[in-house]
Design a protein. Sequence first.
Length: 431
Amino acid sequence: MITNDAQQRILAAVDAQFDQQLAATAELVNSPSRREHEEPAQDLIESRLQNLGLDVDRWIIDSPELEAHPGFGPSTVDYTGMTNIVGTYQPAQDSGKSLILNGHIDVVPQGPEDRWSRSPWDAEVVDGWMYGRGAGDMKAGLIANLFAFDAIRQAGFDLTGRVHLQSVVEEECTGNGSLAALLRGYTADAVIISEPEEDALVRANVGVLWFTVRVSGNPTHPREMANGFNAIDAAFDVMQALRVLEQAWNDRKGEHPYFEDLDHPINFNFGEIRGGDWPSSVPAWCELQVRVATYPGTNADEAWAEVEKCVTDAGAGRSADGGSSARPTFETVLTPNGFYADGYVLEPGSDAEELLERTHREAFDAELTSFTTPGYLDGRVFVNYGQMPTLVYGPVSENIHGFDERVSIESVRRCTKSMALFIAEWCGIDE
């Protein structure tokens, strides 16, 4: 364990730089980093990593190896212009444990800006909260990684273990950014992902599938609707069938540790619907964009097979009760178009978790709690494919993915202190 004097110097260094940390966070929020528009924000991160004196690796994530990996999520965008960035600290005498500090640069769309009480890109601070798209999810945490790392040196110490500071793309839609970093060879004795997690540690989270359902109908004039086949009506049949499957999976929650006490751990979300070509034509097509959650331990291929059967059976049922042999078959095509990810469980008892319990207690004067989340996290990459203990842990936030997203300033400060102490003790320090 590091000395009490060293702890106090590191904590004081976090406080001394905290105004700079908030300014850096605001600068990053000011740079909208929606999908396929992340590069200007990545430029900011690269500059900060260079200023920290780290060896910077920036590369295009597209690769045959990535696409061939079982954890790859099929993408609908061009990866040849999308980059990851990793800054590496390599000690002169590598005698401590190694660590990855991971965060994602991408944010979800802001939605109608007139529904925000302020611009989603202004990073305004009001009453102890910083507002803005990505302020919580997860630019405050991404910047906290950098300042927690730097606090050790500002306190007068050198780390004796290797550290990789990662800023990755695609966390919000495929997880392919962190997967690309793993495939590039970045591994460590532990990982911290500073997602907005209510000052707590994530014990387990769901897997996620994204896909499109395209329903084909038979267009006719509305005066002859009975002779056509309405693809939008049929899409609602698909939605109802998937709701039945959703409930069946929720009914199995008792079979899955850490999920049995959640009210509704498995959520199917219909995120987009488009269909038809003309108000006075029976629609020939309808597309649903769907997000489905799965339990850890459920292979993505197995879950996909259940989803396919559910949708196919819905089509067969609609065709069977159609009544007329002239009525076409209910035809659907399912296409994966994003997350194709298994969930994960962080098994208790690791040295990394035990250390985080101590550093959290020091920073918060409270015990560390853990919880299960029904959302996606990149922790699945490092746990499932890298066998690394992965601590997903970060500040209090509100309205992530919603209007007026915000992150607690004091929570960011305390999480940064906890992580700085963790880095110092995990990696080791020298004067």
